[in-house]
Design a protein around this ligand. Structure first.
Ligand code: 3YE
Length: 248
């Protein structure tokens, strides 16, 4: 079973759905939640984790002087706990490109500076193709592949790519659309911009408020997130280096 960490900032209702799904008897889940990290102390999600016997940790962004430092502390905790997959469940921090995405540094390969190459001194006409091949293994060579590329999921309360950002329900109501829902996607550098794994829709009713809509969307979040985690943990949805998903 894949070792999963869930990152939260609040009440942890999606965390609870993930806990229920992975611990349900006969669920045969490919995932096991072993760590819950909150960037805020004393939130209800931490209590939910404790009740389920899951290790918890508070890493407050306020204790770090830069985003890179905060993300590095997250990375260190996730790595030392042997985490395979990270779920952002109501986690409200924007993560740095170095932490989440493919072509940015931050965590340098073991082999960076330790590998010698006998480069042909004559540049042949087709050497551009050779360069391309070289770029494909660039992650191994230069370490410009985050460990978390394709291993980190986020849930967003709208049908992406519409209504990105923190106030999705407000945007949905203002736009007068009649359908909304939720999206679970891989985390890429662009916030709410990564490849989509699962979406579920709900109607938007005349007279809906942010609260009534949020409540309806929450219900489908609680089925969509476990479904997406299962697809990733069982390797049925694999994120390629080109940021598209291969489905098996
Ligand atoms: N980071 C990247 N890509 C993603 N974080 C989340 C998803 C996701 C990601 O796809 N690179 C709202 C964040 C939006 C916001 O403005 N946050 C502030 C802090 C606000 C606070 O602490 O309450 C900030 O400066 O980070 C997770 C969802 C992010 C939601």
């Amino acid at each position: 079973r894949k070792r999963v960490a869930v990152l939260i900032s609040g009440s942890g209702t999606n965390l609870q759905a993930l806990i229920d799904h992975t611990t349900e008897q006969n669920s045969n889940s490919s995932a096991e939640i072993v760590l819950v990290i909150s960037n805020k102390p004393n939130v209800q999600g931490l209590t939910r984790a404790e009740k389920a016997g899951i290790a918890t940790k508070v890493i407050s962004h306020k204790d770090y002087k830069s985003r890179d430092d905060f993300d590095e502390a997250l990375h260190a905790s996730l790595t030392s706990a042997g985490i395979d997959i990270v779920c952002l469940a109501g986690f409200m921090r924007i993560l740095t490109g170095g932490f989440v995405s493919k072509w940015h540094g931050g965590f340098v390969s073991k082999w960076h500076g330790k590998m010698l190459n006998n480069h042909p001194s004559l540049l042949l006409p087709h050497s551009r193709d050779l360069t391309h091949v070289f770029v494909l293994v660039g992650g191994f060579v230069s370490g410009f592949v985050s460990k978390w590329h394709g291993k980190m999921l986020n849930i967003h309360p709208s049908l992406l790519p519409s209504f990105k950002g923190h106030n999705a329900h407000e945007q949905v109501i203002k736009a007068n659309v009649r359908i909304s829902g939720c999206t679970v996607h891989f985390v890429a550098e662009e916030v709410d911009g990564g490849a989509i794994i699962v979406q579920e829709s709900v109607p938007v009713y005349h007279g809906d408020t942010e609260e009534t809509l949020a409540e309806r969307v929450k219900k489908v979040e609680h089925t969509a997130f476990p479904k997406a985690l299962e697809l990733v943990a069982s390797e049925k949805a694999l994120l390629n280096s080109d940021a598209f998903i291969s489905w098996r």
